[in-house]
Design a protein. Structure first.
Length: 164
């Protein structure tokens, strides 16, 4: 854990800097620079934004809703976010592991539900049904024994899922 502490601190520093500090400073800087270097020097823009405060109010009431809409489009309506997630998954073995564990749990739960239904209805298992359950068990055991966080087994499994 001690080896990771500086990297964790670096990560938290970067998050605090980029999400909060730099964001706020960049917004203030952009508003100030655009008004005092651009708007003040163009009479037509000066008529639209007669004061710095009017410019800020316009940006708050027009700019923020516009940016919220753009953010919504980015996450919900464009392929850009999907591409970002794909890049994150291929570089983060923990996220890949969560996806694979969910898929394996789904398969296991389906086999368990079939078993529970059969048992609750006092039905006998046919040999192919028992074989199917054993195959699911063996597949999960084999896969689990071969994978680590750092080999490419989880990513291979993801690519297999994409093809099916």
């Amino acid at each position: 854990m001690k080896k990771k502490t500086p990297f964790r601190a670096w990560f938290f520093f970067r998050q605090g800097w980029s999400l909060y500090f730099a964001f706020i400073l960049a917004a203030i800087n952009t508003l100030t620079v655009t008004y005092f270097l651009a708007i003040e020097n163009y009479p037509s823009l000066k008529q639209i934004f007669p004061t710095f405060e009017a410019y800020i109010m316009t940006m708050v009431f027009v700019g923020i809703p516009t940016l919220v809409f753009i953010g919504y489009v980015h996450y919900r309506r464009s392929p850009a976010y999907t591409a970002e997630v794909g890049v994150t998954w291929t570089s983060n073995p923990y996220q890949a592991r969560n996806l694979i564990n969910g898929e394996l749990n789904l398969r296991l739960n389906q086999a368990l539900l079939k078993t529970i239904v059969k048992l609750s209805q006092n039905e006998k298992f046919e040999s192919h049904e028992i074989e199917e359950i054993i195959n699911v068990q063996k597949e999960i055991e084999k896969y689990n024994a071969a994978r680590t966080l750092w080999n490419k087994k989880d990513f291979d499994f993801i690519h297999k899922l994409e093809k099916s």
